[in-house]
Design a protein. Structure first.
Length: 127
């Protein structure tokens, strides 16, 4: 399903822009708001395409299942970090994630941190 989005010129442009920016700026791009914005625009475009697809119902269902799994996977990663932190002491740690997950995980971590009996001091690096 996702490869079908690539037949649209604007989607190719999104991918090309990400690739160019990664080649030029590397991790600076991957940790940037520009990168997150491109991923956001790509997802918005995907939803738009699905609205007008002849097999809209089935493809939208598959698309939603995929994103629900990503959402739950992110929640489980955060939960495991907090569970580990409750049982173990440490000074510093790194949580390395794919750039496409950065914004959603930052938001979830902040929300999750508020509801915990202990606090983890997170530093989110961005350019």
């Amino acid at each position: 399903m996702f490869e079908s989005f690539g037949k649209y010129e604007i989607y190719k442009e999104f991918n090309d822009e990400q690739s160019r920016s990664v080649q030029l700026d590397g991790f600076n791009h991957l940790n940037s708001n520009k990168c997150s914005d491109i991923f956001f625009e790509m997802k918005k475009f995907e939803k738009h395409v699905l609205q007008y697809h002849p097999q809209k119902e089935i493809l939208s269902h598959i698309y939603n299942i995929f994103h629900e799994e990503q959402y739950e996977r992110e929640n489980q990663m955060i939960k495991k970090i907090f569970d580990y932190s409750a049982k173990n002491e440490f000074v510093n740690a790194a949580f390395i994630i794919g750039a496409a997950h950065r914004k959603s995980l930052e938001k979830k971590i902040i929300e999750f941190n508020v509801n915990q009996p202990y606090y983890i001091n997170w530093n989110f690096y961005s350019c």
